[in-house]
Design a protein around this ligand. Structure first.
Ligand code: PBG
Ligand code: ZN
Length: 328
């Protein structure tokens, strides 16, 4: 018998063969585009650490959404930069708050685009934490989990009334999915799905986002509520709890350093699973490409395809629009 009998290269030799045996196909329908909304009209504040990404006022956000819709992107996720921050983040449940205004405007203009609202408080609180802060007897401050739940309930109902198609709680507050599910059901939004940031790690890769959303914590950090990057088993427990509380979609965040976690959650639960390719992951590719060290298109597509291969049904990425253009 001739050696070698099996030649793996046989199926790699032409474009058509490669297409025929291709196992993972990234599609525009997998992508969710994050957008940052500010007050005003005609406002476009470029974010220095995220080339091509900007905070935009509602009018320009709507224009952007029209283009995303035309490109076939199914959904956007909105982050708001409010005019006024306070201790509890009350703009989040203001029916005339930044997210509510943006949601109404987008839904009025783009019939075929889903509006997902990120549900948290860090962009809206003057201290930059993801909820209400309690002062302990010894004077130290920490996030008050249970007091935050009631405010989450107010926030999601206001988002739903503004027309949100899905809510995505990102604060890693224990019990958040249950509190949100209850509040939505009671307000007659039983059909509104919840995409929970189930396994969100305390990551250095959120750096550029905190510039974009103006949400850096004023004291301390988020390690008291977000997960330790060293832990994987805990992500299974986090997701199991969220699913039991009523999550329809679970998310892993960031994506690339946590592909093992993504894989395990997909295998374990077989639920629609999302991965957030976060700001720092985006900016790394952008920065290297700008230096001529990496090919931007090639690396962005390789990375997002790898995220899908590891188990993501949905990918939140700042490359969404670029990818849609490259693929069309
Ligand atoms: C806030 C939130 C963060 C991101 C999404 N929602 C930042 C954080 O926890 O500090 C990060 C997204 C990104 O880096 O692209 N709850
Ligand atoms: Zn937050």
């Amino acid at each position: 018998m001739a050696f070698p009998r099996n030649r793996m290269r046989r199926l790699r030799r032409t474009e058509n063969l490669r297409r025929m045996v291709c196992q993972t196909r990234l599609e525009v329908g997998d992508l969710i585009a994050p957008l940052f909304v500010v007050s005003g009209t005609g406002v476009r504040n470029e974010i220095g650490s995220m080339p091509g990404v900007a905070q935009m006022s509602v009018d320009l956000t709507v224009e952007q959404c029209r283009q995303l819709e035309q490109l076939g992107i199914p959904a956007v996720i909105l982050f708001g930069i409010p005019d006024h921050k306070d201790a509890v983040g009350s703009d989040t449940w203001n029916d005339d708050g930044i997210i509510q205004r943006a949601t109404r405007a987008i839904k009025g203009a783009c019939r075929d685009l889903m509006v997902i609202t990120d549900v948290c408080f860090c962009e809206y609180t003057d201290h930059g934490h993801c909820g209400v802060i309690a002062t302990r007897r010894d004077g130290t401050r920490e996030l008050d989990n249970d007091a935050t739940l009631a405010n989450l309930a107010r926030q999601v109902v206001s988002h739903a009334r503004a027309g949100a198609d899905m809510v995505a709680p990102s604060g890693m507050i224990d019990g958040m999915v249950q509190a949100i599910r209850r509040a939505l059901d009671e307000a007659d939004f039983a059909d509104l799905p919840i995409m929970s940031y189930a396994a969100k790690y305390a990551s250095g890769y959120y750096g550029p986002f905190r510039d974009a959303a103006d949400s850096a914590p004023e004291f301390g950090d988020r390690r008291g509520y977000q997960m330790d990057p060293a832990n994987a088993d805990e992500a299974i427990r986090e997701a199991a709890l969220d699913i039991a509380e009523g999550a329809d979609i679970i998310m892993v965040k960031p994506a690339v350093n946590y592909l093992d976690v993504l894989w395990r959650l997909k295998q374990e639960f077989d639920l629609p699973t999302a991965a957030y390719h976060v700001s720092g992951e985006f900016s790394m590719i952008k920065a290297a490409a700008r230096n001529g060290w990496l090919d931007e298109k090639r690396c962005a597509l390789e990375t997002t395809t790898a995220i899908k291969r590891a188990g993501a049904d949905l990918i939140l990425t700042y490359f969404a629009e670029d990818i849609a253009r490259w693929m069309s």
